[in-house]
Design a protein around this ligand. Sequence first.
Ligand code: ADP
Ligand code: XUL
Length: 487
Amino acid sequence: MSLYAGFDCSTQSLSVVVIDAGRRTVVYRDSLPLAEPFVANDQVVVHASPEMWAAALETMLGRVAANVDGRDIRAISGSAQQHGSVYCGPHPDTLTRETSPIWMDSSTARECAEIETALGGASAVALLTGSRAFPRFTGPQIRKFWRDEPEMYARTARIHLVSSFLASRLTGAHAPVDHADASGMNLMDIRTREWSAAAMAATAPGLREKLPPLVPSSTVIGTLGARWQERFELPPLRIVAWSGDNPCSMIGTGLVHEGQLAVSLGTSDTIFGPMREPRVSSDGTGHVFASALGEYMGITVFRNGSLARERVRDPFGWTWDDFSKALRQTPAGNGGALMLPWFEPEITPPVRQPSVVRVGLDRATPAQEARAIIEAQMMTLSAHSAWMGVTPRAILATGGAAANRDILQVMADVFAVDVHQFHTRESAALGAALRAWQADSGLDWPTVVRGFATPPASGRLRPIPEHVRTYQDLQRRYMALEASALA
Ligand code: ADP
Ligand code: XUL
């Protein structure tokens, strides 16, 4: 038997999927919630504990060893929330900074402006690194650390992403960063896939020695460290480079050709798909990442995803079933009411301070509030992914909220295409397991994803023509409202 394990350290949980490559089936899946996934004092500075991630990984490795025959596991890979940076000493077991700024941190507007100025403007940064400078991206975060805590910066021997940090803990030595996750740093030249000397110079002094080497996502980077082999009676399994959760989800949802699109409704909402060429967005909203497939991927990210949906649901004391019922009880278009759902600072479009705008919702019922946020989220997903220039034939939906068919119906109606409900939540962990298999076997991607990533026919939602027409009009009004709110 050839088993492959994929871990996913996402924002709120740590999951694992173990696949049997020969039988093309999942043989083990498990998930544990992170006790304190992040600390956000003011919604602007948002940090998490690297040791919490490492402890969760250790627990999960133990569960895998207890539930499958470790001698059958050929390789392990992983997925992690993107952009977060971990500051280490000479060995990955020692940290020089107790906490990591994570992707929800938006405290580096000043550093973004400085980096963009040094590199010739936002468009120049986007052309070089695939994205203009974004507050959550690792380069601006490193610059802030260097400015705020120069001594601790000087003492830092290696700066990891969450993905490469956890890979390091598995091998017991500093791991490289894969091209896909490195694309979320504003530090890698997106075309040559090397650290950019200009970007490093614009970020912080002495950075080159602190950054890990870069490798293709399909690189076998080492074997499981002796400590874990002894502790869990595991063989010296191959460890494949870890990557970011969105690049892994793209593999896990089986997207291997340009023109395919997936939406992940997790803590963040994201929309992404493969790209052959690095066509950056001219309006500065989206990102081009290197893809684990070897080419590129386009992606747009929204911070007000699941936590914003919970902000609407929780005050009513509702379950998700109640929330779904509310969506079914209200008409598409919500009688013309609109909401700009910025409960937290927003990434797309950039909104620095939380500000929820309501139009026609003064005397709204709870059900109308629920519909307003879902319609807003689907319209913003649709409008801000147009830069990718993709007219999809269908959309694959994944992430925690993809369990909700009533949310997905609004998605189908707004995008005017079929939506396929994927095995919810686990696409990133599955993608990591598939990457482990592909790296170990050298098989081509369509062969690797076939069968694993086919959503069940029962999970298909078709657009309702009348609703599609309603949203064509509403979306124009939504974008006009957004433009005036931003102005
Ligand atoms: P992440 O991987 O970013 O940590 P997940 O993809 O696991 O997050 O999604 C977790 C979120 O899924 C929860 O915060 C919750 O709001 C949401 N969720 C779970 N079930 C449902 C449901 N039935 N309807 C809507 N949202 C849901
Ligand atoms: C991607 C992003 C988030 C995180 C957490 O750019 O910021 O999607 O990867 O999932």
